[in-house]
Design a protein around this ligand. Structure first.
Ligand SMILES: [Zn+2]
Ligand SMILES: [Zn+2]
Length: 438
């Protein structure tokens, strides 16, 4: 799913139509027109013939939306392979989000959905999960997933053994994060294979060495939160366990309670059951769950109709904004911009807001950003930017590529593929729709 390409034609209130099956996505070039991969129901809805799948498997590197969401369109008989932790995250997303045509990764409802088949159970996709060390055999190809460090756990690069030699794919990765050893394992394995081709991410190929780290995010954020006598609000992506850990630890170190949302609880409970991630449960003694006003505004159980909230209403660590506003300095609250109207109930009289996400990189984000600043100024809060990227910087990526030294290089996931040509490697500027023979 390319956010950039989608954003070229669509926005919040102008979306691809569900009523045209897969048609709007194909016509506007949001997905490539590949035979034998898409769902029968969506093709038929668009007036095309359904096709038997011609693809044996799809390998998913990690659970970010740009990589995972358009699994929604795939034929039900194509199995998906992903890491065990990646699957846990997809489960959490599935629990806390409303079904849309672009968000039917684990299961989907046959479309068009008429009243008479509205209650039919959804069709489940086949997910096969792996861990580092496993080998996946698909037809004549053998794939070795190797863990890499990224801003979401359960991220993998792949070493793909073919009869003509080895191909490696980086997935999304970085070398400046908390678990850089995992990326180094990937590099070590890739070097040994002397790959004939390498497919690489390149989101930040235009940057030099950045000096960023998760530790710096901790130090900077803690500094601001430590001295704050009023309300503390932070925002970060809950798929990022390292960032969760950073703010959870700051809360503990400062003797404050960490307040999360019911949506966050869906993720935290999955992380907690994963032995590879040492995360607390959503009912941990240092964690509270924020209950927001719905429907009648009286916080009665009947006001909450979303299943993921209903099944957690009996937790004993639930708190309301009114209760938080009595002793604001006792808490660090995770609050996303889309929930800023809650500030009206939280009533901050000053305090700190830490934006632990990337800075805006397009017009739409700039507009939201401006609005966010307006809210923060209105409540006399200080704004702090404190973040480190999920992606490898240009300098690290160049040395990674020069270390692995593939015979041929295919940069993808980049807006500046031409910058790769400056390296001493045979580089292909990948053209959409063109097959490459190795
Ligand atoms: Zn990613
Ligand atoms: Zn990505």
């Amino acid at each position: 799913m390319s956010f950039g390409r989608r954003g070229k034609f669509f926005e919040e209130f102008l979306n691809p139509r569900t009523a045209n099956g897969i048609g709007d996505f194909l016509t506007m070039g949001l997905i490539p027109d590949i035979p034998g991969v898409y769902r029968d129901d969506l093709l038929e809805h668009f007036g095309r013939k359904s096709q038997n799948p011609e693809v044996q498997a799809v390998i998913l590197s990690h659970a970010h939306a740009d990589h995972a969401n358009y699994i929604s369109f795939l034929h039900k008989d194509i199995p998906i392979y992903c890491g065990q932790t990646c699957k846990y995250i997809l489960d959490a997303v599935d629990e806390e989000t409303q079904r849309t045509i672009e968000n039917e990764v684990l299961k989907y409802k046959k479309r068009p959905c008429f009243k008479k088949n509205y209650k039919d159970p959804p069709i489940q996709r086949t997910f096969n999960t792996f861990r580092t060390g496993d080998k996946i055999k698909i037809d004549s190809i053998e794939i070795e997933p190797i863990h890499v460090d990224h801003s979401v756990p359960g991220a993998y690069g792949f070493i793909i053994h073919t009869s003509n030699g080895t191909v490696v794919y980086t997935g999304d990765l970085r070398l400046h994060g908390t678990h850089s050893d995992m990326t180094k394992d990937f590099i070590k394995n890739a070097v040994q294979e002397k790959p004939i081709a390498m497919i690489t991410e390149g989101t930040r190929i235009d940057s030099g060495q950045t000096g960023e780290s998760e530790n710096k995010v901790y130090d900077k954020s803690k500094g601001y939160l430590e001295d704050n006598k009023y309300l503390s609000i932070v925002d970060f992506n809950f798929k990022d366990v390292d960032r969760f850990t950073t703010f959870y630890n700051i809360s503990k170190d400062l003797g404050k309670k960490f307040v999360i949302s019911f949506k966050h609880a869906c993720f935290l409970e999955r992380y907690h059951k994963d032995p590879k991630i040492k995360s607390p449960d959503s009912r941990d003694e240092n964690i509270l769950i924020l209950k927001l006003k719905r429907l009648t505004g009286t916080y009665c159980d009947e006001d909450y109709t979303d299943e993921y909230i209903k099944r957690r209403l009996n937790y004993s660590n639930i708190i309301t904004p009114e209760e938080l506003s009595k002793n604001p300095s006792d808490y660090i609250i995770v609050l996303n911009f889309w929930y800023f109207n809650q500030l009206i109930d939280l009533k901050p009289k000053g305090g700190v807001y830490i934006h632990s996400l990337s800075e805006p990189f397009n017009e739409e984000m700039e507009m939201s950003y401006e609005r966010m600043i307006n809210w923060i100024q209105f409540f006399n809060m200080d704004f702090v930017q404190s973040h480190c990227s999920g992606h490898i910087n240009g300098a690290d990526l160049k040395s990674l590529l020069e270390t692995i030294k593939p015979k041929e290089l295919f940069p993808i996931h980049t807006e500046k593929p031409k910058l790769f040509s400056k390296l001493n490697l045979k580089t292909h500027i990948v053209k959409e729709g063109k097959p490459y023979k190795i």
